[in-house]
Design a protein around this ligand. Structure first.
Ligand SMILES: Cc1ncc(C[n+]2csc(CCOP(=O)(O)OP(=O)(O)O)c2C)c(N)n1
Ligand SMILES: [Mg+2]
Length: 321
């Protein structure tokens, strides 16, 4: 991979982390009127996959989609405005954090219904195949979504029709407070998927190079008509399921497990790698952080100054026959 692309992967991850840290810091003031699910700790997956997607490719996400929205090129100002439920938000202030959309860059929406985005993404992949438009769809979801019928029905259908869709399971090993071991007998989800005759890979979701390598091949395969492909990305969320609270102190997750995963920080590891090959240093780090911090500041000011939806707007975007 070229140096610029290696640096772009790092920039994407750091930007996601800094945006989410700022959201977490602002959340205490109760001006952000939406539930939030942070991806801190899981940044490598969105960065590694989205770097290989074209702007016109489709992306669908879940309740935890800030990372994917940003990595696919969604507008930061509009995302923050959506969190503040302002008119200028990417969903006009009607969706909040769990319903991000940016059709101009292929983000057709994220859904709070666990497993709900999987058939939607399978549908755009079917449309692409019928229209021969060369687009690939990437659908992101968690390990909790594989417990839903929509996952299995979609995989069966996509396999049968050879659809150009990349299924990306962000396996952070928890669905709210339920550990994977309490929900599955076979903990290797990629192995289940083999039953649908879909190429499936279990990879290190905290290693952005590994994610990027598998995603590149998978997206190429989909574009050539050899889809679908399934990636199970092993990872961990640092924050509690929802909001900014910690769910380790209250005993939902073991401290040793949490500490182990903190030591596997995708950003720290990758920065060391870039330094070891001479592509990064402290000065570059400082400059990058300053630039991103300024961009974030501007986005928050834009959101906070934006108008709230008014009662007259109530019927906008509502369809009736
Ligand atoms: C159909 C449905 N069932 C239950 C819920 C409640 N719920 C919200 S998030 C969640 C857990 C999702 O876990 P996972 O898919 O692993 O995603 P993660 O939060 O770990 O990223 C559940 C059960 C829901 N939103 N939709
Ligand atoms: Mg999960």
């Amino acid at each position: 991979m070229k140096s610029e692309k290696l640096i772009e992967l790092y920039h994407t991850m750091v930007r996601i982390r800094m945006v989410e840290e700022r959201i977490a810091a602002e959340y205490q003031y109760d001006e952000i009127k939406t539930p939030i699910h942070l991806s801190i700790g899981q940044e490598a997956i969105a960065a590694g996959v989205c770097i290989h997607l074209e702007k016109s490719d489709y992306l669908f996400g879940t309740h935890r989609s800030h990372a994917q929205y940003l990595a696919k090129g969604g507008d930061l100002k509009k995302m923050i405005a959506e969190l503040y439920l302002r008119k200028t938000g990417c969903s006009h202030g009607r969706g909040g954090s769990m319903h991000l959309a940016a059709p101009e860059v292929g983000i057709f929406g994220s859904s709070a219904i666990v497993g709900g985005d999987i058939p939607l993404g399978t549908g755009t992949a079917l449309a692409s195949k019928l229209k021969k438009d060369g687009r690939v769809t990437a659908v992101f979801f968690g390990d909790g979504a594989v417990d839903e019928g929509t996952f299995h029905e979609s995989l069966e259908f996509a396999a049968l029709k050879n659809l150009p869709v990349l299924y990306v399971c962000e396996n952070n090993h928890y669905a709210i407070n339920s550990p994977e071991s309490k929900r599955h007998r076979n903990l290797n989800i990629a192995q289940w998927v083999e039953g649908y005759a879909v190429p499936s890979y279990r990879i290190n979701g905290n290693d952005v190079l590994e994610v990027s390598e598998y995603a590149r091949e998978a997206i190429d395969d989909c574009r050539k008509g050899n889809g679908p492909v399934f990636l199970e990305c092993d990872t961990y969320r640092w924050k509690g399921h929802i909001g900014t609270v910690d769910d380790v102190g209250n005993g939902y997750r073991p401290k040793e497990e949490y500490d182990y995963w903190l030591s596997k920080c995708p950003i720290q590891w990758y920065r060391q790698y870039l330094e070891s090959i001479g592509l990064w240093d402290d000065a570059k780090e400082k400059a990058q952080r300053e630039k991103i911090a300024a961009e974030i500041q501007e986005a928050f000011e834009f959101a906070q100054k934006s108008p709230k939806p008014s009662p007259e707007d109530l019927m906008d975007c509502v369809y009736s026959s």
